[in-house]
Design a protein around this ligand. Structure first.
Ligand SMILES: [Zn+2]
Length: 449
């Protein structure tokens, strides 16, 4: 389980431990699948502005800074701080940050909104993926976070905390539990059976359908079709695969595959279609430039060039591309590239598929990428959203957070949620692009969202 080297990990703090300090992370957070870039100058500036706002506002309400950050006012203040640094990025007004009643009214007004998060995780009880624990311990040793003095455990990444963070600490109403495969059986995040068990547990407790599941499939791995057939009997709500194969152990991954491989992947689609499992989720992207040279045998499988033919050949299936194929890396570089060329690696390639190939069964998931770009470069976040909405259609862009890698997903929900005080049901993240879009057509499409 080496997404990041030990050295990478020792230099990181876990998002969860950073979160309570400010309402949303002021530096890029990692899903342990890649090394996040260090806090940028702008992010540090946003953090300082947020602390300044807290110092100004909190005493007026007899609140500690900590208490302020936990309140809806604190969340609004965080978005104001981001706006101050990046320019108009998020719809929020000063009233929300300084008037507890206004802030609470907004939060209460939105609490009932229907939020379906189709990309969430927890780890099996017997997980060997202890990287997270090591990271917590390393952070404690370095003294970056004084709260981390005690013994660190992996319990935060298991079911009980998942249940709390998704269903109690956020407005999420329905979630889908996902997993990731490995060539080493015990290193699957969760087995397909474990996901099905979690679904039964949550739904029985809730008395309604609150948790859905993936069944992970692994084209080309030994016995994969038999495994898929058995997994389909668990009645998963959708299937999910990783074209790079073992994403957890990239260095030993032996079974990368292509979505458009008629001899391999198509045999799996046949089984899924026959079982009535029509949603095929595929992990793409989160593949920064450094990985091209580190894992050249997997690099050709990480992008989205194999999506179009599969979508065309299988109109009865929906192909939901996780992480929207976004590569991740330096957000400033990605934004500069977008401003020059109008393109985002490999998001634009994905978004162009419907127009180029006449298909309507390609979807994008926002897991991780909305979170990452919202806090590191909100204009890039808006550019990604605009590109996806324009190319795939608003109803083909799916909400996913990759929680609980980054703690409870509420701060992400706040980032995309409608803003009552600033223009009806406009998403916070949306207004920036509508006001700043480079092409008139783009703006029009965004307003339709
Ligand atoms: Zn994920």
């Amino acid at each position: 389980m080496r997404f990041l080297s030990d050295e990478d990990k020792a230099s990181l703090a876990r998002a969860e431990e950073k979160l309570p300090r400010t309402p949303l992370p002021t530096q890029i957070v990692s899903s342990d699948e890649y090394a996040p870039i260090p806090q940028t100058k702008k992010q540090r500036e946003a953090e300082q502005r947020l602390y300044a706002l807290a110092e100004k506002i909190a005493p007026k309400h007899n609140m500690s800074r900590r208490r302020f950050f936990q309140s809806p006012m604190g969340m609004a203040a965080a978005f104001m701080a981001i706006n101050a640094v990046y320019g108009c990025a998020l719809a929020v007004d000063e009233g929300e940050a300084s008037d507890p009643d206004a802030a609470q009214a907004r939060a209460d007004g939105l609490a009932g909104q229907f939020i379906m998060d189709m990309h969430t995780h927890f780890l099996r009880d017997d997980t060997r993926l202890t990287g997270f624990v090591n990271m917590r311990a390393a952070v404690g040793r370095q003294g970056w976070n004084p709260d981390l003095g005690g013994e660190q455990t992996i319990e935060h990444l298991k079911f009980a905390n998942y249940r709390r963070e998704i269903f109690m600490d956020s407005d999420t109403k329905v979630a889908l539990i996902s997993s990731a495969p490995s060539d080493i059986p015990e290193d699957w995040f969760l087995t397909n059976a474990q996901m099905a068990e979690a679904r039964t547990r949550v739904n029985n407790e809730a008395g309604s359908k609150r948790l859905m599941t993936h069944a992970i499939f692994t084209p080309g791995a030994p016995g994969w079709l038999e495994h898929l057939q058995a997994s389909l009997e668990l009645k998963p709500d959708s299937a999910k695969g990783y074209t790079v194969g073992d994403n957890t152990h990239k260095e030993t991954a032996r079974y990368p595959w292509r979505m458009d491989d008629e001899a391999v992947a198509y045999r799996g689609y046949e089984l899924m279609a026959a079982a009535g499992v029509n949603n095929v989720c595929v992990h793409k992207g989160l593949w920064n430039h450094a990985l091209d040279t580190r894992f050249p045998h997997l690099a050709p499988y990480a992008d989205v060039r194999d999506v179009a033919k599969a979508a065309k050949d299988w109109p009865q299936l929906n192909f939901i591309i996780y992480h929207a194929g976004y590569r991740l890396g330096d957000p400033e570089r990605a934004l500069a590239e977008f401003e020059q060329t109008g393109r985002i690696d490999w998001v634009t390639d994905l978004a162009e598929i419907p127009a180029a190939h006449g298909v309507s069964n390609v979807y994008a998931d926002l897991g991780q990428i909305f979170a990452q770009t919202l806090i590191s470069q909100p204009r890039l976040c808006a550019a990604i959203m605009g590109t996806l909405v324009k190319g795939l259609g608003a109803d083909h862009v799916c909400w996913g957070t990759d929680a609980v890698w980054t703690g409870a997903p509420q701060w992400q929900i706040e980032g995309v949620a409608p803003s009552g005080s600033a223009g009806g049901y406009a998403s916070r993240a949306r207004l920036c692009t509508a006001g700043r879009g480079r092409r008139r057509g783009e703006n029009r499409d965004l307003r339709r969202q």
